[in-house]
Design a protein around this ligand. Structure first.
Ligand code: LLP
Length: 438
């Protein structure tokens, strides 16, 4: 039995339940492939983060990094929990607007925000724009002038700390494409530009050092560094940041080989480091903001698939193929990410074989799980892959013109469709046939 499953997640029939609903019933009702979220897990993680700040007596914001999974219903849940969100595109911002999410609690990130996106953000009074580069300072200055508006801003700094994680998901090292470099003085220069612009209200400093991080060290170093920058800016420019935003990146357990700290333990260490460093530097304690994406959405998500074909290569290996794959979860192919799976109608059965869980896409690399121990399975069985809630649906594609799956939220025994399954008609909706003249 997967270590991630607790007894409450198995019902009397011995089936996996999600949010109190039999996963087999969800697969029958909504069809597969299906992304399912246990909403109480989303709420619980946000509340745990909040309680860390409250126990430490500091001002804070828990800002959900919506790139992990953005949908109207998701933003509504975050709003119900009084959370903030960060968006990184006009599309995520549009989704938040459609959800009626309070714009004051939105941060706008991104390393190449377009003029259109900045105009949209300013027009809709987004809470804070996190400035990433000089081009953007200039663009925002123009937009603010044109709209005769002002905006809170933060500066994203590259603190020169590289967290130990997969290369594709490291963002804080010096040669990163994100943020203002510290060493070369870019960050200081950016601060002076922002302070000189009376339409920009410089709220604070931001850094994000990477994702799926398991160690405290990188976060503590980054937190300390941000306070040092703040103290330095205080001395040099008489500027005191109201907010230190340490980004996200708190690692989660995908398989039994992953041993991260509990996400809230990371945050506790960060808050304590900032408190201590601020005291050491005689700096007024700023508010601390975090931007967790994966740790909020990941463990709450399950991907359900129906098993179809099987290939046994005698003496070598076996492939069990499901009705989804790299189109609904690109992470194994892109990052060699690992997951665990189980059969929903016998989640506790003893494995009798180890198989590859293959997807249906025309690519050899479309393997969702390389080595999955499983009991005997047959076509029509429903397989659940666990902890798929972050960067699964949000990175989905229509490769091979497969429709993207539906998304369902489940809580207290009730399920509700929050993103419809794409239809074939959706797939050709934007296609234009050739004109006769062509
Ligand atoms: N804040 C900023 C500025 C970020 O760039 C990110 C993630 C986060 C917060 C949230 O990080 P999280 O708590 O989710 O680790 N597609 C990759 C992950 C890319 C993360 C990019 N930035 C994956 O599937 O692993």
């Amino acid at each position: 039995m997967s270590e991630q499953l607790t007894n409450e997640q198995i019902n009397e029939a011995g089936h996996l339940t999600i949010g109190g609903v039999d996963a087999d019933e969800l697969a029958t009702k909504y069809q597969t492939p299906l992304a399912v979220y246990d909403v109480s897990k989303i709420r619980d993680q946000i509340r745990r983060f909040k309680s860390v700040f409250e126990a430490n007596g500091v001002d804070y914001a828990v800002s959900y990094a919506s790139k992990a999974f953005a949908a109207i219903a998701m933003f509504q849940v975050i709003d119900q929990e009084q959370g903030h969100i960060d968006v990184v595109s006009g599309g995520e911002l549009y989704t938040a607007l459609q959800a009626g999410f309070p714009m004051a609690r939105v941060s706008f990130h991104g390393n190449n925000k377009s003029r259109d996106e900045l105009e949209m953000a300013v027009k809709n009074h987004v809470g804070v724009i996190v400035l990433d580069n000089f081009h953007e300072i200039e663009l925002l200055a123009q937009v603010l002038k044109e709209q005769d508006a002002s905006s809170a801003v933060m500066l994203r700094i590259t603190p020169g700390i590289s967290a130990h994680t997969h290369e594709y998901i490291s963002t804080g090292q010096e040669d990163s494409k994100f943020g203002f470099d510290l060493k070369s003085g870019q960050a200081d220069e950016a601060l002076q530009e922002v302070l000189a612009n009376e339409r920009m209200n410089m709220l604070g400093i931001h850094a994000h050092i990477g994702s799926q991080i398991f160690e405290l060290n990188g976060f503590q170093m980054a937190a300390k560094k941000l306070v040092e920058i703040a103290a330095n800016w205080h001395d040099q420019y008489q500027y005191q940041p109201e907010v230190i935003n340490v980004g996200g990146g708190f690692g989660i357990q995908y398989t039994k080989d992953d041993h991260p700290l509990a996400p809230e333990d990371f945050v506790d260490a960060i808050v304590k480091t900032i408190k201590q460093s601020a005291a050491d530097q005689n700096l007024e304690m700023p508010a601390v903001w975090i931007e967790p994406g994966r740790s909020i959405a990941g463990p709450a998500g399950y991907n359900l698939y129906t098993i179809g074909s099987r290939k046994d290569v005698p003496g070598l290996t076996s492939y069990v193929t499901v009705d989804g794959g790299m189109g609904d979860n690109i992470r194994p192919a892109l990052y060699q990410a690992e997951y665990e799976a189980l059969l929903v109608d016998q989640p506790t059965a003893k494995p009798t074989e180890t198989v590859h869980i293959a997807g249906k896409y025309c690519e050899s690399g479309d393997i969702l799980i390389d080595q999955q121990p499983l009991p005997a399975s047959k076509p029509g069985d429903v397989l659940a892959i666990l902890d798929t809630g972050a960067y699964g649906y949000s990175m989905a594609s229509n490769y091979n013109r497969n429709p993207r799956p539906a998304v369902v939220f489940v809580e207290n025994g009730e399920s509700t469709l929050v993103v419809k399954r794409e239809t074939y008609a959706d797939l050709t909706r934007l296609d234009q046939p050739l004109p006769e003249s062509f």
